[in-house]
Design a protein around this ligand. Structure first.
Ligand code: IPM
Ligand code: MG
Length: 372
C-alpha cells in the first residue's frame, strides 16, 4: 500500500475495550510482518461517550467515521445507562453511525470451526462444517421507520408505535449484495426471509427480491421463507442455508440464532457495508463483533477476543482486498482452537481456560508460525 489507510477504532463499553486491545496487537503484527500498515485513531462511543460528552456519539466522531477508510467497533451498553432517555442510550451511538454512514448491508457469517463442534448446544452432526452468511438490511425497516414514539391517550393510557417500512431501492441494493456474494460462494444459494403472509412490507420485499433475481441473477438459486419458519429451520437443519438475506429486525434475531449454532456469540464477526464510492470503488464500512458489551464480565480478562479479531479479518477482506491476510487470521484462530485454548464463553471439558490477553497472544504466536 502506498498511502496508509485510515482506521478509526471505537472500543465502546464493557468488554469492547478489552477485545479492541487485542486488535491493536494484531494490527501491529501486520504492520511489522506483512507491511499492512494503517494510520490509527481511537475515540469514544456509547456509554463512554455519554459520560464524557453527554451523547452516545459526537458529531466529531461521526465526521471521523465518515472520513475513515474503515471503522472497527467494539461494543456498547451497560446497566448504568439503561434508564436514560432513548436518544441518550449507548445503542443510539451505534445506530446513528450505521445510519449516517449509510451502512445498509450487514454481513454476519456463522461458521463452525471443527474444534468447536462440541461446544454448540446442538448435536455435532447438525452443525459440523456449517458456513452460513446472513445479510441483514441495516438502515431501514422498523429500526428507523416513521412514525414512531410513545403517545399519551386521552383516557390516560399510552400507545407505543413503530413502523416497518421498506422501499424498492432499499430492498434492491441489499438484495444485490446478497446475490453477488452468493455468486462467489460454493453453493450460490439465497434464502430471502420476510413475513409476506402478514406484512405488506414483506410482500414488497419478496416481489422485489424475486424481480432482481429474474433480471440479473438467474444463475443463483433463490428461495423465499417466512421468518418464523426460518428461525425454526435454522435450528432444525442449518445446512440447508447458504446465504440468507432479510430485513433489519428479522436479521437481528436470526443472526443471534445462527451465532449460537457455532457455540458462542464470542466467536462471530460482522461487517456493515455502504454503497461503492463511484471514484475509488471502496465501500464505507464498519466492522464489529456480533456480541455485546457483556458488562457482567467486563474488566476481568474473561472476554473472548476472537469475534473482534475475525472482524479485523473481515475488514482486510472486504475493505482492503487482502484475502490472504484475512485467511491468515482465520487459520491462526482455527489452529489455536484446535490446540485446546478456550476463553470462558466457550469453555469445554479437557480444554485449557485462558484470559483475553493469553488468547490474543496465542493467536499472534500462531500468526508467527504460519508466516515463518
Ligand atoms: C446488533 C445489536 C444491535 C441491534 C443493538 C445493540 C442496537 O443487537 O447489532 O445485533 O439491535 O442492531
Ligand atoms: Mg442483535
Amino acid at each position: 500500500m502506498q498511502k496508509n489507510k485510515k482506521l478509526l477504532l471505537l472500543p465502546g463499553d464493557g468488554i469492547g475495550k478489552e477485545v479492541m486491545n487485542e486488535v491493536r496487537r494484531v494490527v501491529d503484527w501486520f504492520a511489522k510482518r506483512r507491511a499492512v500498515a494503517f494510520d490509527i485513531e481511537e475515540d469514544l462511543v456509547g456509554g463512554a461517550s455519554y459520560e464524557a460528552h453527554g451523547t452516545p456519539v459526537t458529531d466529531a466522531v461521526v465526521e471521523k467515521a465518515l472520513n475513515a477508510d474503515a471503522v472497527l467497533f467494539g461494543a456498547v451498553g451497560g446497566p448504568q445507562w439503561e434508564t436514560l432517555p432513548f436518544a441518550d442510550r449507548p445503542e443510539r451511538g451505534l445506530l446513528r453511525l450505521r445510519k449516517e454512514l449509510d451502512l445498509f448491508a450487514n454481513l454476519r457469517p456463522a461458521v463452525v470451526f471443527d474444534a468447536m463442534v462440541e461446544s454448540s448446544t446442538l448435536k455435532p452432526e447438525i452443525v459440523r462444517g456449517l458456513d452460513i452468511m446472513i445479510i441483514r438490511e441495516l438502515t431501514g425497516g422498523i429500526y428507523f421507520g416513521e412514525p414512531r414514539g410513545i403517545e399519551e391517550l386521552p383516557d390516560g393510557t399510552r400507545r407505543g408505535i413503530n413502523t416497518e417500512v421498506y422501499t424498492t431501492p432499499e430492498i434492491e441494493r441489499v438484495g444485490r449484495v446478497a446475490f453477488e456474494l452468493a455468486g462467489k460462494r460454493k453453493d450460490g444459494h439465497v434464502h430471502s426471509v420476510e413475513k409476506a403472509n402478514v406484512m405488506e412490507s414483506g410482500v414488497l420485499w419478496r416481489e422485489e427480491i424475486q424481480a432482481l433475481h429474474d433480471s440479473d441473477f438467474q444463475d443463483i438459486r433463490l428461495e423465499h421463507m417466512y421468518a418464523d419458519n426460518a428461525a425454526m429451520q435454522l435450528v432444525r437443519n442449518p445446512h440447508q442455508f447458504d446465504v440468507i438475506v432479510t430485513g433489519n429486525l428479522f436479521g437481528d434475531i436470526l443472526s443471534d440464532i445462527a451465532a449460537m449454532l457455532t457455540g458462542s456469540l464470542g466467536m462471530l464477526p460482522s461487517a456493515s457495508l455502504g454503497a461503492k464510492d463511484p471514484v475509488t470503488g471502496m465501500r464505507r464500512a464498519l466492522y464489529e463483533p456480533v456480541h455485546g458489551s457483556a458488562p457482567d464480565i467486563a474488566g476481568q480478562g474473561k472476554a473472548n477476543p476472537i469475534a473482534m479479531l475475525l472482524s479485523y479479518a473481515m475488514m482486510l477482506r472486504y475493505s482492503f482486498d487482502l484475502p490472504e491476510d484475512a485467511d491468515l487470521i482465520e487459520k491462526a484462530v482455527s489452529e489455536v482452537l484446535a490446540g485446546g485454548l478456550r476463553t470462558l464463553d466457550v469453555m469445554q471439558k479437557g480444554m485449557a481456560r485462558v484470559s483475553t490477553g493469553v488468547m490474543g497472544e496465542a493467536i499472534i504466536r500462531e500468526l508467527d508460525k504460519l508466516s515463518a
